[in-house]
Design a protein around this ligand. Sequence first.
Ligand SMILES: NC(=O)N[C@@H](CC(=O)O)C(=O)O
Ligand SMILES: [Zn+2]
Ligand SMILES: [Zn+2]
Length: 343
Amino acid sequence: MTTLTITRPDDWHVHLRDGNVLEDTVRDIGRYFGRAIIMPNLVPPVMNTDQAIEYYERIQQVNSSKTFEPLMVLYLTDSTTSDDIRAAKASGKVFAAKLYPAGATTNSASGVTDIKNIYSVLETMQEEDLPLLLHGEVTDSHIDIFDREKEYIERILKPVVAKFPTLRIVLEHITTKDAVDFVNQAGSNVAATITAHHLLFNRNHMLVGGIRPHYFCLPVLKRNIHQQALIEAATSGSTKFFLGTDSAPHTKEAKENACGCAGSYTAHAAIELYAEVFEQENALDKLEGFASFHGPDFYQLPRNNDSITLVKESWSVPATMPFGDDTVVPIRAGEDIQWQVKA
Ligand SMILES: NC(=O)N[C@@H](CC(=O)O)C(=O)O
Ligand SMILES: [Zn+2]
Ligand SMILES: [Zn+2]
């Protein structure tokens, strides 16, 4: 039997949602992750430290894991102030601020309409050393959806990195070779998260033989040369790339719909899915760095000091999983996954 023991991993990008689904999302993500960066795109969003702490407490009320700790994030809007940033940093509970370009993705309607509106806030984030997390896609209607990340890097990210040279920035859930190349050539203050689904799939998985809504997420899956670049980055050992599942549940009904929501659920099998990719690349020795070291090092937090053990033993993913009063269809529903985490 093949086993792999690694330092306890963290998830640097996850959506837990709120209300009666929290019990399900927190149980899944807390199975073995030590910490997780909790995305603030609730309705209404988590815009200040009081709201972040209230959300933290709602998560902790249903958190039965002794090892799981939520790390909160502020949602930037055109009205965020420098005082909001200072209060967030001082709270010890907020670890980053997230920039959603208005209209770019799920629950981004209150996002920033023009990056210049928050330049003074970014200045304060640089001073306070609070990381900026980016959903890196432009929203212009004339820009093709497959080109929106590349365009964001050229038009928004490059100028921001030049203007705020010591601001720590995470380009979230990268999907293109352009993003990999940009992050690789940038300074050590610029990093990226990579999801399991962008490593496992390309747009053919979503579109060939019928449209598969559970693979639809944003930024959308790209062609296989981009998938290959992401696999190389994740398995390279570079400290600039780390694990962020972007597990983003929507009800079965909201996904299997004439206008299906963007987001894929992977919290039921996150490290298990990453392990498949690293094994295929003969890079299982690089999984620990990607999943357990590069993230905390970038966030300037201690690495976890215990471990988990993965066993190569196939199991079947259920067709649906509980999601409050509804159900969610997890990635690989009804199919097998090769690895599992030993209880
Ligand atoms: N990734 C997604 O497709 N959806 C996310 C939002 C996001 O991370 O962009 C969601 O909240 O559903
Ligand atoms: Zn996003
Ligand atoms: Zn996300």
